[in-house]
Design a protein around this ligand. Sequence first.
Ligand SMILES: [Zn+2]
Length: 307
Amino acid sequence: MKGKYILPAVLITLTLLGMLACHSNTVTSNTGKKSIVVTYSILGSVVKELVGDEAKVTVSIPNGLDPHEWEPSAKDIEAINKADLVIQNGLGLEGGLEKTLAKAKSSGVKFFTASDYITIRHVGSGEGIPSGDPDQAAGAEDPHLWTDPLAMKEIVSALASQLKSNLGIDVDARAQDLEARLDALNGEISDEVATLPQDNRKLVTGHESMGYFSQRYGFKLVGAIIPGTSTQAEVSAADLAELKKLIEENRVKAIFAELGTSSAVAKSIGEETGTKIVKLATHTMPDDGSYFTFERNLAKTIIDALK
Ligand SMILES: [Zn+2]
């Protein structure tokens, strides 16, 4: 019997909450600012620095979740469809979002695809582990462009001019400042890497995520636990046996485990080859939300582990 009295109270509460929610939505949309949706947190951080208060920037894929596999809710899809501009990484990074992005694009939503403005890295022959996976075959396009600050600089420059021509937002002064700071960051990391003997500059990671960083700072990609540019690629016993051999032959000093790396698999490879496992944040933002902190942490973790 009590349930009958509880139900109306619940309904009233839900109605009130609904009204509050509607009210707060109205307030946000009344600011008159253009809405920019960025698919991914690391790219989103740079976009926020560039745009400042000139537009409302939101990120679809929550920080800490794997961009290769994340799938959107109905609310996320709505935000993308209503955006004045959607900024995506491209090259297959946003695996679970791709259908949503393609639909939005075909219905006329404006897009900026970051990877259109950089020199795309292709998986090199003899790099990593040869496997039947087309994502890893020599020539496959690598989406992990954010590990190179100078690729981010090219994106900032291209985005600044598109914001002006497409949305009428002038961020030229902010772009110049950001580009100068990205140049300085690159110089700082180059100087730090120079302290590391060339023979120690060898990377084994959870998946093939450090290609742009390696290319920029002269590291060798020895192999990856998941032999592909996505965490969703398959791994076989033969691939793992090959990886162990490569770790030993190259006298690799550390195995870098990332988001999406099986800690059990990493641990067993580490134990069998006598190599330490080091956690490396390649796909997640630090607490301060700064790309500069992200990239400095990335370089510092690698340099400290390989000394
Ligand atoms: Zn990745």
